[in-house]
Ligand binder design. Structure first.
Ligand SMILES: CC(=O)SCCNC(=O)CCNC(=O)[C@H](O)C(C)(C)COP(=O)(O)OP(=O)(O)OC[C@H]1O[C@@H](n2cnc3c(N)ncnc32)[C@H](O)[C@@H]1OP(=O)(O)O
Ligand SMILES: O=C([O-])CC(=O)C(=O)O
Length: 370
């Protein structure tokens, strides 16, 4: 058996949700450049789940459903309050989503209707968990979701507990659009593997969150910020980055399994970071990022992925770095749930083979003879 390590280049299934063709990313056939410029995140979630853009009344209805579903069951909120304060937010999110399943009487109903409403409910509740865990850890009371606010607006509101800044809301909305789906990335694949056993949507999304958490995947955005903070100033970029490259360390936020000529999302995040740098009059993080970009591309030919400029963007918005990956999850849950729906629609157990490379013809040795 020949092995494609890391399943590189293996086409594992058919999907109609997003595509990466010649370096162009589309959701349901629509270029993400256009969606980022013209759509809002609620339209994009509808698009991913339903395969088309919503009418005005469908969009209004979705917004109402999201607002109605955003509150957490008391049991889940109480659990989050009881977790050790130093727990990583992705671990809280993973456990919180798993716990949500316990409070949903339809958790085991895998009909299309039940799963679509679970997709809406999970999408609505993830920001509430993220904002709550942030506030609880800082000794603050969680803020109830605002029934009149849009998705991004509500997240910023619940995080800071005050009228959200429209610039921050717009930036988060765009970032959420850019992260929403990405073909058969590791966490989406993991969600589909779980779904393909005919397990439930909460199990699939819990699987996906655990998979997104790793630094080779969604967890890279937090590590990008760690690198920027380690460097600390523009004049140290050369020394630190060259040192890491000489040590054969990976520079987080660079490289991609699929894009070899650049990630089409990075330019949008770079521009957002640039604008926020100018608005906050704190250009260091943006300038350091650009310098790292030039150095890594010049020396290794590697280009930034979606995680690289998202780090400085979120930092400018006053978001602590360990919330970066949870924000990614708040967006990607729309793609994950769309893939869960697609998997149920035409399911077959996902079960590849392994080429066995261990010893053969071994005999059992009684314990007293070992
Ligand atoms: C949302 C997302 O998940 S986007 C990806 C987020 N992850 C990161 O940013 C982490 C840093 N990047 C990486 O680790 C990789 O580029 C990945 C995981 C994204 C893709 O990995 P793969 O396709 O398996 O590439 P692989 O790790 O085999 O790299 C190929 C070569 O490029 C090098 N390379 C790849 N990425 C980097 C990097 N970020 N920094 C330095 N070198 C790198 C590898 O060391 C390897 O070199 P070698 O052939 O001399 O051993
Ligand atoms: O597709 C991948 O391998 C990683 C990913 O999730 C993304 O880039 O958004």
């Amino acid at each position: 058996m020949s092995v494609a390590k890391g399943l590189e280049g293996v086409v594992a299934l058919n999907s109609q949700i997003s595509s990466i063709i010649d370096g162009v990313l589309t959701y349901r056939g629509m270029n993400i450049d256009e969606l980022t410029e013209k759509a809002n995140f609620e339209e994009v979630m509808f698009l991913l789940w339903n395969g088309r853009l919503p009418s005005q009344s469908e969009l209004d209805q979705l917004k109402q459903q999201l607002a109605a579903q955003a509150k957490l069951p008391m049991g889940v909120l109480d659990q989050i309050k009881s977790y050790p304060k130093e727990t990583h937010p992705m671990a809280v999110l993973r456990t919180g989503v798993s716990a949500l399943g316990l409070y949903d009487p339809h958790a085991e109903d895998n009909s299309k209707e039940a799963n679509l409403s679970k997709a809406i409910s999970l999408t609505a509740k993830l920001p509430t968990i993220v904002a709550a865990l942030y506030r609880i850890r800082n000794g603050l009371e969680p803020v109830l979701p605002h029934p009149e606010y849009g998705f991004a607006q509500n997240f910023v509101y619940m995080l800071h507990g005050k009228e959200p800044d429209p610039v921050a809301v717009k930036a988060i909305d765009k970032a959420l659009i850019l992260h929403a789906d990405h073909e058969l990335n590791a966490s989406t694949f993991a969600a589909r593997v779980t779904t393909a056993t005919l397990s439930d949507m909460y199990s699939a999304i819990t699987t996906a969150i655990g998979t997104l958490k790793g630094p080779l995947h969604g967890g890279a955005n937090e590590q990008v910020m760690a690198t920027l903070q380690e460097i600390g100033s523009l004049d140290r970029v050369d020394e630190v980055i060259n040192g890491k490259l000489d040590n054969k360390e990976k520079i987080m936020g660079f490289g991609h399994r699929v894009y070899k000529n650049g990630d089409p999302r990075a330019k949008h995040l770079k521009e957002m970071s640039r604008q926020l740098a100018n608005q906050t009059k704190d250009t260091t993080w943006y300038e350091m990022s650009v310098k790292i970009h030039e150095l890594v591309e010049g020396k290794k030919g590697l280009k930034p992925n979606v995680d690289f400029y998202s780090a400085s963007t979120y930092h400018y918005l006053g978001i602590p770095r360990d919330l970066f990956t949870p924000i990614f999850a708040m967006s990607r849950v729309t793609g994950w749930t769309a893939h869960v729906l697609e998997q149920y629609n035409d399911n077959r157990l996902i079960r590849p083979r392994a080429a066995y490379t261990g010893p053969t013809n071994q005999s059992y040795i009684p314990i007293e003879e070992r």
